[in-house]
Every structure is written in structure tokens, then in C-alpha cells.
Design a protein around this ligand. Structure first.
Ligand code: SF4
Length: 508
């Protein structure tokens, strides 16, 4: 589908309009046009009138197939007379976006609950207002006016921000500490929707050995640097891949390295190991976790319908998930997270109801509800026609079901993020029993401190302790490149860290 854009010749506006069009239509391309351009499915005409005291924008959306036409206008005063060009452009862009969203909502009958907010971390906006001391009602009003976010989503954001601050009261002052992410890029088999660095482990022991050699090196070097600078670690998270796809002995050596090399691991607030795939969990591995005082793990059913698991390439059974959950409990795992995905192929409200019934028998401390997203590189996206997924209203009903179910069962929402190409333009929400929320998930979502990524596919996010400016650095995704270059990647990270923390006085 194509949308011709008339009336404006500022290329900075094409991308925002494209992102809004994407909220309503799959594979819709917004393109510049003039009178000579061939007529397409839609046309958008934007008119901007600038005056001394204010401006007006008019947006007309025409559907050339149905012949319908939607018109929206907005007039605003300039907030001050000496506005920079950049700030004036921002205001105009916002009004055009608002008008464009309204025309599309009328045209399609779809109301976007997140308005035209297309960013992935909505709660960051609310935290920012709170840090600036904006009264809550005023902050909510701002979100409503600036992005057209609906009350339901603003309430969700408020609940989440409150839970985060209850769990981490010093959230706004943890900039001088860091969290650590450790990526283990192996899995028993590769799932169809997966774009994580995950390589089937079978027959790859050589690769695993060299990878672990590199990872131990990174832990030692970064640990030594943190000790030297007196920088504490807030949380540590093992993800991947599946960190429990390596052997119990390899896990044991890795955690020993962590305790030896990192500063003050006993006082790290939380260590999580994703045991995502139930087929990797064994009593021996649980004993290793216990030995090193790691009691927060993730066991991810995704769905409790066997045919779904088969369709998405997860080669484990529903029974195995349940069995491994109880084995983990028996081995002292006190904080278990389970992930469910809404909208997996062939699934609708009936399958979700079944998954929630099964969850009720286990009652994990936290439940993360993802909405399926068609990520560009996944096998599912490459062969989209093979996978039949629920339509937008059904996906919305499923999200509501999950939200009601968690509320009835004593869970509270504590983090959320959105993705591109997510079904129904919804969100992923982490729920937990109050007091059992994952601190790492809060740290990664709210971007309040540096997260150093070690291992394969681990990306580091450096947050400047004073300015909050974010710099990213990614380790390679495939074990081969990692094995060849881990020393270089470690050095690069240390260089960035040196610069970042140069103004922070070292602790005695
Ligand atoms: S278990 Fe997770 S990381 Fe591994 S292939 Fe499946 S989705 Fe990807």
C-alpha cells in the first residue's frame, strides 16, 4: 500500500508520518509526491501556516479506493517569541502527527491507545517528569496532550513507576553503579520467532569451550577495572540464548569466576539466570545455582498448548515445563519468572485461557506477558504466510485477559516495553507479586545506569553519570567473531568506561 504525501517539503516529517501510518496498516509506504506522481491508495495533504503569534496545520487524508476524505486542523500559539527553529519545528511536527493520527483513527475506526507515541520505553517519560518535580496530574495531562495516550495506558504507566520506586527507592541516584549482562549464545534448538544470538549447541563443544574462555577473560578484566575504580554492581543478569544450555561444571566455573573477579558480589542486589528452555534444566544445574546463591531464574513456557510449541520450534513438552518448575522449587528457587507470549500462531483467547489456568497451578513469583512481534530477521517473518496469527481485536482481548488475570491473582505490573511490528501495537508487560519484581528488568527499561554487556550478542549501554547521555556498544552476535575478537571488545568497553566515569571520584 502506498500513501502519497503532498504539501510539505521537509524530509524530517516523512519518518514520523511513516511510523504513524505503520500503526494502522501493514506494509504501507509513505512517499513524497507531486502533481505528476501516479495516484496511489491514499494521499495526505499537509498545509502549514506560520504567523507571528502562532501557527496552524491542516491535514487531509484521502482514500482513493473508497473515496472517503478525513480532515483535521490544529491552531497553536507560539509559547514564546524567541523560539529556536528546532523547537518551532518540534511543535509543528507534533501538531501534524496529532492531526494525522486523528484522520487515520476516523478512517479506520481504530483507536491507538498509545496515541502516536512510537518509542519503546513509555515509562521513561513519566520518570523524567517526576525527576523534574512535575506534579503527577500535570505530568499525566502532558502525556495525554503531547502524545494522545489514553487514560488506561497512563494509569498503567503510573502503577509501574510507583512499583519501580517502591522496589528501588534510590533508582534516580544509581548512576555511579553499573549492572552487568552476560550473554550465553547457545540453545538446544532455535525457535521460529527468535532473533536472539542463539546457536543450537549440539556438537559444538569446541565453540562452547572457546566462547567460555573469552567470557572468563571479559569477566576478569571488567571485574578488575570495577574494583580499581571502586564501582559497585547493582544487578547481574545471565541471558542469551539459554545460559543453562552449558553443562553444570561450566556453570559452576563461571559463577566462581564471577564471585572472584567482580567486586562485592555478596552485596549485589539481584542475580538472575535465564533457564528459559525447560529442556536445559537438571537437578545438577539447580544445585550449582544454589551453591552460588542464585535463586532468581526464568523458566519460559511461552504457551501451554503442545501444538503451538511444535509450530514455533520449541522442542520441549508442556509437561516438561511443569515438571522442571517443581524440580526448581524443590531445589530452593524462590523467585521464578515465567514468560507467556500472546498471539503465537494458531492461538486465540481459548489457548490463552488454558495457559493462564496452567499458570494458576504453579503461581510463579513473576509472569512476563509478551505480545508476539514479527522481528525482521526471524524465520517466522521470512515465512509469514505459513503462520496464522490472531487479528488485532482478539490480541487486544487477550492482553485484557492477562491483565485481569494477573490482578485477580495478586500480581502487579512493574515494567513495560513496546516493540516495532508488535501485534496490535500493544506492549510487553512484566507482572510480579509485590516485592518479587526483577530489579535488573527495571534497570534495563528505565536506563538510569550503565549496563555492561559481556559475552556473545551482549550490548552495553553506557549512561553518562551526569548528563544521562546514552552510548551503545555491541559485542558480536556469533561465537566465531566473538572468539576471534573478545580481547579487543573488552578493551573498547574499558576505554568508554574510563571516559564515562572520569569525573566520578573513586571510592576508598
Ligand atoms: S530458547 Fe529463547 S534464545 Fe533460544 S532459540 Fe528459543 S527464543 Fe531464542
Amino acid at each position: 500500500m502506498k500513501m502519497n504525501l503532498y504539501g510539505i517539503n521537509d524530509e524530517r516529517l516523512v519518518r514520523p508520518l511513516q511510523l504513524i501510518a505503520d500503526l494502522f496498516y501493514e506494509e504501507c509506504e509513505v512517499q513524497w509526491a507531486d502533481e505528476t506522481t501516479e495516484e496511489m491508495d491514499f494521499s495526505i495533504t499537509v498545509d502549514i501556516q506560520r504567523e507571528k503569534t502562532g501557527f496552524q496545520v491542516d491535514v487531509i487524508l484521502k482514500n482513493h479506493k473508497s473515496g472517503t476524505k478525513q480532515t483535521e486542523s490544529s491552531a497553536r500559539d507560539w509559547p514564546s517569541q524567541d523560539l529556536s527553529d528546532k523547537d518551532a519545528f518540534k511543535l509543528i511536527k507534533r501538531e501534524i502527527s496529532r492531526c494525522f493520527l486523528k484522520t487515520l483513527q476516523t478512517e479506520t475506526g481504530i483507536v491507538q491507545k498509545w496515541g502516536f507515541l512510537t518509542g519503546i520505553r513509555p515509562t521513561k517519560l513519566l520518570h523524567k517528569e517526576m525527576q523534574n518535580g512535575t506534579p503527577i496530574q500535570q505530568a499525566h495531562q502532558k502525556l495525554k496532550e503531547e502524545y494522545m495516550i489514553q487514560d488506561e495506558k497512563i494509569d498503567l504507566m503510573q502503577q509501574i513507576v510507583e512499583r519501580q520506586l517502591a522496589m528501588i527507592p534510590d533508582l534516580y541516584s544509581l548512576k555511579n553503579e553499573v549492572s552487568i549482562y552476560i550473554g550465553i549464545p547457545f540453545c538446544p534448538t532455535k525457535c521460529a520467532y527468535c532473533t536472539f544470538p542463539a546457536y543450537a549447541i549440539n556438537g559444538k563443544q569446541g565453540k562452547v569451550d572457546s566462547f567460555l574462555g573469552g567470557l572468563h577473560f571479559e569477566i576478569r578484566k571488567i571485574g578488575a577495572w570495577l574494583k580499581e575504580k571502586g564501582i559497585n554492581i547493582t544487578t547481574i543478569y545471565y541471558g542469551g540464548g539459554t545460559p543453562t544450555s552449558i553443562t553444570a561444571e561450566e556453570m559452576d566455573l563461571l559463577y566462581e569466576e564471577m564471585y572472584t573477579s567482580f567486586p562485592d558480589v555478596k552485596n549485589v542486589r539481584e542475580i538472575t539466570v535465564e533457564a528459559g528452555r525447560p529442556d536445559t534444566i537438571t537437578p545438577a544445574k539447580l544445585e550449582v545455582l544454589n551453591k552460588w546463591n542464585i535463586d532468581r531464574i526464568s523458566i519460559n513456557p511461552q504457551s501451554y498448548t503442545q501444538e503451538t510449541l511444535k509450530a514455533i520450534g520449541r522442542h520441549h513438552t508442556v509437561e516438561e515445563t511443569i515438571e522442571k518448575f517443581w524440580i526448581a522449587r524443590e531445589h530452593g528457587m524462590k523467585n521464578i519468572n515465567m514468560d507467556l507470549i500472546i498471539g503465537l500462531p494458531g492461538e486465540g483467547t481459548a489457548e490463552l485461557a488454558h495457559s493462564l489456568e496452567e499458570t494458576e497451578k504453579l503461581m510463579p513469583e513473576s509472569l512476563t506477558v509478551h505480545t508476539l512481534s514479527f522481528k525482521r530477521a526471524s524465520e517466522m517473518t521470512r515465512h509469514k504466510s505459513r503462520y496464522k496469527v490472531a487479528d488485532r481485536p482478539e490480541v487486544e482481548r487477550m492482553m485484557d485477559m492477562a491483565s485481569e488475570w494477573t490482578k485477580e491473582h495478586g500480581y502487579v505490573p512493574y515494567y513495560l516495553y513496546r516493540q516495532k511490528n508488535i501485534l496490535g501495537n500493544l506492549e510487553n508487560v512484566g507482572y510480579a507479586f509485590p516485592g518479587q519484581e526483577s530489579l535488573y528488568n527495571i534497570m534495563i527499561m528505565e536506563e538510569m545506569q550503565t549496563i555492561i554487556g559481556l559475552g556473545c550478542g551482549a550490548s552495553s549501554k553506557f549512561v553518562h553519570p551526569e548528563t544521562g547521555k546514552i552510548t551503545r556498544f555491541a559485542n558480536p552476535k556469533d561465537p566465531k567473531s566473538y572468539n576471534e575478537g573478545f580481547e579487543h571488545y573488552t578493551d573498547e568497553k574499558i576505554k568508554i568506561l574510563e571516559e564515562l566515569f572520569s569525573s566520578v571520584p573513586a571510592k576508598k
